[in-house]
Design a protein around this ligand. Structure first.
Ligand code: UDP
Ligand code: MG
Length: 333
């Protein structure tokens, strides 16, 4: 079988009105590029008759149609698509025509510069201010906290080398953090400003609740990318902080007591001290238990030993190995 170059992955939930124009535009661009491609449409439990419309598409486009039995969310839809990609390069875009397929060649060009994931940046975003402003703050915050410096994490329009989508697993609503997850796996991530169009048909599937959820997802991502293999480092630090503060407070009260300042048992500070001490110990035990779960993961029966999770690697062919000496090697000689 001939190797396929491109997989275009499109999650769609009730986007029937947008699909004909979207497919036309994608096909036009892909024909222009002139290499083998497939379009993977993931119908995320649409109830607007998307399936009936798609029937005609099979004859006209190189289509893989994946239907999720019920609406499962954008992350699940993308993951379902990723599970079926055959192309060397994966292109994702939203189904609502807000992303312009005409930008694909530019994104690909950027990918060729040596990146594994190129994300789009909706520099002039055509959405209501109620969405763009919180989104700005969100992106700024996530960039600062994760060190992955992008203006726009959650743009649906991205191009990837297939290895990236094979290595990240999306669940819940983690699609908002794909660049962070990819960077954590050691992939090179970049972004390119693109044009963005207002939604023509249908309505946005995400409301204001996205920011609260986004914050929780941020905590999840922050935790798993940093502490998944060493939870005690997080819980232990919190525990130390809290119990040490509690200890100091109680020490202070004890000294007072010996100096004859009594009673101390009815002072608010006394309760605060006890609270901090107990909470601190709880942080510690949470950390220990989490550490046990992690080590249990790594040392159950040998055959389940998930080596992959400890490091990220890929096997290089000899021509892929750079022949320049690394500074470290030189020093050894
Ligand atoms: N989407 C999906 N499942 C969902 C919600 C959204 O597949 O449960 C798709 C939707 O059809 C669209 C993309 O995800 O192709 C982005 O959704 P939307 O345009 O509503 O998000 P916004 O542009 O408002 O961020
Ligand atoms: Mg949209």
């Amino acid at each position: 079988m001939e190797k396929l170059k491109f997989s275009v992955v499109i999650p769609a939930y009730n986007e029937r009105e947008n699909l004909p124009e979207l497919f036309e535009k994608i096909a036009a661009v892909m024909e222009q590029i002139g290499e083998g491609y497939e379009i993977i449409l993931i119908d995320d439990g649409s109830t607007d008759g998307t399936d009936k419309l798609v029937k005609d598409f099979f004859e006209r486009y190189p289509l893989k149609y994946i239907r999720l039995r019920r609406n499962s969310g954008k992350s699940a839809a993308l993951q379902a698509g990723f599970d079926h990609v055959e192309g060397e390069i994966v292109i994702t875009l939203d189904a609502d025509l807000q992303d312009d397929p005409a930008e694909i060649p530019r994104l690909l060009e950027h990918l060729e510069k040596g990146y594994d994931l190129v994300s789009c940046w909706k520099k002039r975003r055509r959405d209501p201010v109620s969405k763009t402003l919180p989104s700005r703050i969100f992106n700024w915050f996530v960039s600062k906290m994760t060190g992955v410096n992008l203006h726009d994490m959650n743009c649906g329009f991205k191009v990837y080398r297939r290895e990236v989508v094979e290595r990240i697993k999306l669940y819940g609503e983690l699609h908002r953090f794909i660049p962070v997850l990819a960077a954590w796996k050691g992939f090179r991530v970049s972004e390119v400003p693109v044009v963005h169009h207002p939604r023509k048909y249908g309505k946005s599937k995400f409301g204001m609740e996205r920011f609260l959820r986004g914050f929780f997802d941020f905590l999840t991502v922050f935790f798993i990318t940093r502490y998944r293999l060493r939870p005690l480092h997080l819980f232990g630090s919190l525990g130390l902080l809290s119990s040490f503060a509690g200890f100091l407070i109680l020490l202070y009260l004890t000294i007072l007591w010996f100096h004859g300042v009594r009673p101390i048992g009815n002072r608010p500070l006394f309760f605060l001290g006890i609270l901090l001490l107990i909470v601190g110990i709880q942080f510690f035990t949470t950390g220990f238990i989490a550490d046990m779960i992690v080590s249990g993961w790594f040392y159950p029966q040998r055959e389940f030993y998930p080596l992959e999770a400890i490091y990220e690697s890929s096997i290089l062919k000899s021509e892929e190995v750079p022949d320049k000496e690394s500074p470290g090697e030189k020093a050894d000689k």
